[in-house]
Design a protein around this ligand. Sequence first.
Ligand code: G6P
Length: 489
Amino acid sequence: RAFAEEQPFKQRLLVVANRLPVSAIREGVDSYDLELSVGGLVSALLGVKEFDTRWIGWPGVNVPDDVGQEALTKALAEMRCIPVFLDEEIVNQYYNGYCNNILWPLFHYLGLPHEDRLATTRSFQTQFDAYKKANQMFADVVYKYYEEGDIVWCHDYHLMFLPKCLKEYNNKIKVGWFLHTPFPSSELHRTLPSRSELLRAVLAADLVGFHTYDYARHFVSACTRILGLEGTPDGVEDQGKLTRVAAFPIGIDSDRFIRALELPEVQERMKELKERFAGRKVMLGIDRLDMIKGIPQKILAFEQFLEENPHWHDKVVLLQIAVPTRTDVPEYQKLTSQVHEIVGRINGRFGTLTAVPIHHLDRSLDFHALCALYAVTDVALVTSLRDGMNLVSYEFVACQASKKGVLILSEFAGAAQSLGAGALLVNPWNITEVAASIGYALDMPADEREKRHQFNFKHVTTHTSQEWAATFVSELNDTIVEAQLRTRQ
Ligand code: G6P
């Protein structure tokens, strides 16, 4: 149970993200079963020991009644989590609509809704109003819990208005905002009807962070070109007020993965997998079932590889784990059936009575199963069309100390900037190139695999999530001290 310890003498860190790191299931009128989900952000913040951390966010379930809300608030408090309750209409307009049908695709270079997507999009303005309203609801909850001296760290594209709402409450609140997706070229951002309002709302923060230097540069360009503000080496300046903008690449808690590989239950699963796929090379894809992950393109590249390399038939298997996500958004429903259709066709074409080339699972795996799978994999395929960072690539590398498998990595994932020298970089849109890389990876000599793995392993084990979080928060504290000194001068 994370964050369960009181740490009364430490500075408080209020982490605000759209979703709380828990899954909540209602068991009775006034009781909930809660489970902590340890994603990248949670493990990053568990490692930050110098702060007393609390989470504020949406619990992911609709709780319309007061009794339920009270019970869930109480249960969450034990996990140092504070809920922001959103009703169905807001979730639909803000989360499904503005966040996931407009901002998410735009920030991943898929553009604003057009054709089919436009037909299912209700007015931008209605969704944008709901977005602002939802951000204000988050701000109200944060402000209710805020105590002087607290640091507020806002996360992701769902909460671009939050810095502004908080500063309107109290200009002294220390506010950081971090984007976990790419920030697109200013040419793309300027297509967004609410482009200026969003930029100005983010600029209310003291420190704005991105995973890569390119995303930070795109953001600064958007502010200079769209808002006419001045970009400086430190960030963006507006009438003497500087908003610091910088890159802070996230990592993983690599020790957690490395330690897990020693556990008997993980070893047991590895043994089972090795037996199950004996005599075949294992290729692995693990993605949320999202259009930015390039799953259809990846599977088509695998098909082309099989087509061009008959000697590999029956000697290689692709395990594709596609975790369902945002299933209320029509675009995601369409993607699910598209992927099923392609997998079925390829298995029909290249399968035999005893083996199929693609094993496709539409569900998530528990942590131990995941580690075992990473460890027995020969080639991992991370071929997102765009991706803020992509930590699957890091997790794979962390689990490969003995096998030294190959990572095929999209050049459009943030991770390409850090793992580029060890991975085989590909343009995921170029199916012929990905197919050729699969062949190259499967035949790669041991000494080249070793060299590439060592490079990546060193990076993954030295640039951890804990260090990422600690750096951002200390930079935020420093930024505020500097600003105070500037105003005193
Ligand atoms: C991405 C976003 C996160 C989000 C996650 C899962 O990684 O950057 O903010 O929480 O996807 O998506 P969901 O919509 O299920 O929260």
